[in-house]
Design a protein around this ligand. Structure first.
Ligand code: PMP
Length: 351
């Protein structure tokens, strides 16, 4: 740290992203990307836009809002677009948390929440998940904190049933509930329709997983117009051009190509069922997953050792070091061929 670094941040521990190695080709099952390329329409639209990169992007994201409103069924003033959903999550910490609105989230959840809290000097509390990694809804009722709930959760893949989520939202009318739906397209039920009923609900989503655009960085929020206006105040105060031209065009293409989206999503769900079954046959415990990954452990090999053995053999998965989950690995659901390669390598390691 230089002597110039602000004391506001000198205790900040930054987020550790999953590895994006450049040294060799891996079967990449570590950052929940899609193993399918973007829709051909998304690629074509981004390519056309590349010739206009001398011009700033539309700060109002009109083309995207129009497409999303039409295809996802919300009105344009219920939507805000950001540079990945990470950005809207940060905006939510900026807009809706402070000393008198502390944050709360599960002890085992998306690792960026405590980082955003620290970045924005927001006090926070971690709510322990139960032994089976499900949240106890009672812990979230009337807590008077700004709640961040990843649903389905990461890295566990477990889902909180919608009626429980609704009770939580209804019990905290004076506080915002942020429902992070990065993985909702893989079998979860969305809370987004509830934004018409609850003015304290913000739902965040991403194009990174189910729409194969992780590298484009595109996320969005769904909330009542008043909350969207607050978030727009933050966006216009940080970077109104947060969604670049090529990403905006790719996003419109990805939305319009619903058939491609449905096909890939269905393939991922089928491959998840296949993978869970194969891993169980090999003696793994596999948590039930509503996401595009499975969270697994094996009695015969520790979590970190398994991660290393797989890495040596060209397969990347994600290992986390916190005590409660150190025996686990999170494995992204890739293509059927990738998962067949994984099970073959696992068989070899376990032998
Ligand atoms: N929320 C959760 C739960 C995630 O796992 C991720 C992916 N790392 C994100 C949000 C952010 O994804 P992105 O910024 O690519 O939209």
């Amino acid at each position: 740290m230089s002597r110039f670094f602000s004391s506001r941040y000198d205790k900040l521990t930054p987020y550790t992203p999953g590895e994006q190695p450049q040294d060799r080709r891996y079967i990449k099952l570590n950052t929940n990307e899609s193993s399918y390329p973007p829709s051909p329409l998304a690629i074509e639209m981004a390519r056309e836009e590349a010739g206009k990169l001398q011009l700033y992007s539309d700060p109002e994201c009109r083309s995207l809002k129009r497409a999303a409103a039409e295809i996802l069924g919300f009105s344009e003033d219920e939507l805000i677009f950001t540079n990945g959903s990470d950005e809207i999550l940060n905006f939510a910490f900026m807009a809706f948390c402070d000393d008198s609105h502390p944050a709360a989230f599960a002890d085992i959840t998306y690792g960026f929440y405590p980082v955003f809290a620290a970045l924005n000097s927001v006090p926070y509390r971690e709510i322990p998940l139960r032994e089976d990694f499900t949240p106890d809804p009672a812990d979230y009722i009337g807590t008077n904190e700004t709640l961040f709930i990843a649903n389905p959760n990461a890295p566990t893949g477990r889902e909180l049933p919608m009626e429980k989520l609704k009770e939580i939202i209804a019990s905290n009318p004076g506080r915002i509930v942020v429902v992070d739906e990065a993985y909702v397209d893989f079998g979860g039920e969305s809370a987004a329709p509830l934004v018409r009923e609850y003015d304290n609900l913000l739902v965040t989503r991403t194009f990174s997983k189910s729409r194969s655009l992780a590298g484009a960085r595109l996320g969005f929020g769904i909330a009542c117009p008043e909350l969207i206006r607050d978030l727009e105040t933050i966006r216009y105060s940080t970077n109104p051009y947060n969604v670049n031209r090529m990403t905006m065009a790719a996003g419109v293409g990805a939305l319009k190509d619903q058939a491609y989206f449905e096909r890939n999503r269905t393939a991922i769900l089928e491959t998840r069922a296949y993978t869970a079954e194969e891993l169980e046959k090999l003696g793994f415990s596999v948590l039930p997953s509503s996401a595009n990954f499975v969270f697994v452990k094996h009695e015969k090999i520790g979590g970190e050792a398994l991660y290393r053995e797989l890495r040596e053999r060209g397969i990347l998965v994600r290992h986390f070091s916190p005590e409660r989950i150190r025996e686990y690995n999170r494995i992204t659901i890739g293509s059927r061929e990738e998962m067949e390669a994984l099970t073959a390598v696992l068989r070899e390691i376990l032998a």
